[in-house]
Design a protein. Sequence first.
Length: 178
Amino acid sequence: MQFAEALKSRCHTVRAIIHNASSFTPTSDDLVEAAQQYHQFFYVHMMAPFIVNEALRDRMRGENGAPADIVHITDINVENPTPRFDIYGTTKAGLHNLTLAQAKKFAPDIKVNAVAPGPVLFTESHSQEVRQQMMSETPLAVEGGAEPVFLAVKSLLTNPFLTGVSIAVDGGRRLSKR
Ligand SMILES: NC(=O)C1=CN([C@@H]2O[C@H](COP(=O)(O)OP(=O)(O)OC[C@H]3O[C@@H](n4cnc5c(N)ncnc54)[C@H](OP(=O)(O)O)[C@@H]3O)[C@@H](O)[C@H]2O)C=CC1
Ligand SMILES: Nc1nc2c(c(=O)[nH]1)N=C([C@H](O)[C@@H](O)CO)CN2
């Protein structure tokens, strides 16, 4: 556990931890490659947040007696997965569950919450047709960008009475997808 020890040697007091790191690729048709993907996705979406949170738990300090904060960036599809991204989705669902478990485990000293984005930032891989399709499935019909995700994280950090919460930042998309 050298990583955890190195982290502790560098972090004396921590106000908040935001777990944003992620891998995002469709599940390979090759089973060997898919197994390798599972390891990669498990480590970045579940193992790393678990290790970092446990390693720094005793170093976390809120302000003026309020709890400290951990925020996990998950995905609106944790309960309505996209089969083509099943490995991605199951490990993000694991991160969502870790949010709930650690909210119970770390209270009252630390709040643990999630922000679940919908498609907020398209990549070059998204054709104009795909973008239009996704916008047609989004009630607010715009590409949200990173700012709404930041504002959701900020609202969690400034509200001392929220833990075990997941904020969907998706323009209402979760309401329209079947
Ligand atoms: N963009 C969107 O529409 C949506 C995003 N989200 C979630 O929001 C978050 C941010 O999204 P976005 O910025 O688009 O994500 P990107 O895929 O563009 O970036 C992911 C980041 O995670 C980093 N990363 C990956 N693996 C590791 C690792 N092992 N250690 C450290 N860093 C790592 C990458 O660094 P590097 O470049 O060095 O590999 C990269 O900077 C992610 O958790 C994503 O799953 C959820 C739903 C929709
Ligand atoms: N790590 C990432 N996760 C996700 C991304 C991304 O670009 N990086 N994008 C999405 C979106 O839903 C979008 O690609 C539409 O499929 C999901 N997660």
